[in-house]
Design a protein around this ligand. Structure first.
Ligand code: GLY
Ligand code: MN
Ligand code: MN
Length: 463
């Protein structure tokens, strides 16, 4: 948690932008695995955490900008709780760490909101993403749970996005600290990715390193020799010499900031010539995209640039035909790169996505593409200094996609299907880093993580 003054300032900025408003920010509650007392590790709501810092369940913040008052609602631990949890700070002590001077029992929140509603004041809240939050908002606001989601405040959402998307020096420091642990995780995984090792053995090793720092993963690891399956959370296979294994893993900092790093590892320690030419293509996609980043440049343009670098390289290798810009603009390129170049990252690995992907990632003159592939780009709008984004190009050979497009004759003038079919068993390659937009360009955050083919091979050779 940062100093109370940071939270005070964040709330003051929010309040100044939304005069005469009553803003409700609900924290998360514990989430049961299979019965009430057996819970998943607690994850705080990131918006609540951004403005109040507190990382405990069952809290709510009410910001009344008309009356210049801020109240933290929560429950005091009673002796029956303390028996199970040990002594807890009082609610007012917890409020003080967030720079809040007023606190009230949680049971008073509903009445406080009802009084405001009776006076014709509309309660502003952010789009909920958990079932229990939807039900709680319905209860607190006295409305139908089916209507809660649509009732979020766009004005509040846009202000929260404007604040959260510009990271402060303190936030950057925290993100770089956790990237040092993620670096260790990735280098350990490279060393462990030997023939006949089971995927889950490497996943266990990585999670152990993260847990040994008393941290959690920022998202379930993707570690698979089937890297072409984009959200592959299965770890059952045995690694075989000659495989490529895709490792997308990142730890969360103690303050809740995510890291999101992908590396692709040649099992056995050496990329084959066929793997190497496509690995170097993905690296060039990433390097050229990062070099182009600066305030005002749209992330949609960065995505298209990476796609063009890929098409130019893969045209030389006989995968595509024709003009590279046409292959990109038509969407034909997405047969090999069907996801977006990246997204914002911060307290959430896909930062602020719960607030609505288009409200967070588009606007300022940029609309989301309707094309397959390009349409999965979560961030398209112009970049600003202080944003932190991922840059994560990839090349994948997805047999079902190749077969379906070929059968449809899709882009058959631009795609050499016979060549793609020769690579059906290739898997996938992705390289992902976390990048800060500076006033003049960009900077890859954190310590260097072996990235080039030679660097990855060198780490693997040092077992
Ligand atoms: N790890 C999720 C992503 O790269 O977007
Ligand atoms: Mn990732
Ligand atoms: Mn990512």
């Amino acid at each position: 948690m940062f100093a109370p003054e940071i939270y005070r300032q964040r709330r003051a900025t929010l309040a100044a932008s939304l005069p005469d408003s009553l803003i409700l920010l609900l924290g998360n509650v514990d989430s049961p695995m299979n019965y009430t007392d057996n819970i998943f590790p607690f994850i705080q709501d990131s918006n609540f955490r951004y403005y109040f810092g507190l990382n405990e369940p069952g809290l709510a913040g009410l910001i009344d900008t008309a009356n210049d008052s801020i109240t933290l609602f929560g429950n005091e631990a009673e002796v029956a709780d303390i028996v199970w949890t040990g002594p807890q700070p009082s609610l007012s002590e917890r409020a003080a760490t967030a720079g809040v001077t007023q606190s009230q029992p949680y049971t008073q929140l509903k009445q406080r909101l009802a009084t405001a509603q009776a006076a014709g004041i509309q309660v502003q809240y952010l789009a909920p993403y958990r079932g229990e939050t939807i039900l709680e908002l319905a209860h607190l606001l006295g409305c139908d749970s089916g209507l809660v989601k649509a009732g979020f405040s766009t004005a509040l959402t846009l202000q929260v996005v404007a604040q959260r998307e510009i990271k402060s020096a303190d936030e950057i420091k925290e993100m770089e600290t956790v990237l040092a642990i993620t670096r260790d995780v990735h280098h350990a995984a490279m060393r462990a990715s030997q023939a006949n090792v089971l995927e889950h053995q490497v996943v266990g090793l990585m999670e152990g390193i993260v847990r040994s720092h008393d941290l959690q993963l920022a998202y379930p690891s993707i570690f698979s020799r089937n890297g072409e399956v984009l959200h592959n959370h299965h770890h059952h296979q045995k690694l075989q010499k000659g495989d490529l294994v895709l490792n997308d893993t990142g730890a969360t900092s103690s303050g809740g900031y995510a890291s999101d790093i992908t590396r692709t590892i040649p099992v056995g320690g050496k990329f084959s010539p066929r793997q190497r030419e496509l690995y170097d293509t993905v690296l060039a996609m990433q390097t050229e995209a990062i070099a182009a980043l600066k305030p005002g440049f749209t992330y949609l343009a960065a995505h298209k640039l990476a796609a063009k670098v890929m098409v130019e390289s893969m045209t030389k290798l006989d995968f595509f035909n024709g003009n590279a810009d046409d292959v990109v603009e038509s969407g034909a390129y997405a047969i090999a790169f069907p996801h977006g170049l990246g997204h914002q990252i911060g307290l959430d690995v896909h930062d602020m996505e719960s607030l609505g992907e288009n409200l967070v990632g588009y606007g300022d003159g940029v609309e989301r593409s309707k094309l397959f592939g390009m349409g999965y780009l979560r961030l398209g709008k112009p970049l600003k200094a202080g944003m932190v984004i991922t840059v994560e190009p990839g090349i994948y050979f997805i047999p079902a996609l190749i077969a379906t497009w070929k059968a449809e004759g899709r882009h058959s003038d631009m795609i050499n299907y016979a060549k793609f079919e020769e690579y059906q068993d290739f898997g996938g390659i992705r390289i992902e880093d976390n990048v800060l937009i500076t006033t003049t360009g960009s900077r890859i955050l954190g310590p260097h993580i072996a990235r080039s083919a030679a660097e990855v091979e060198a780490i693997m050779a040092a077992v």
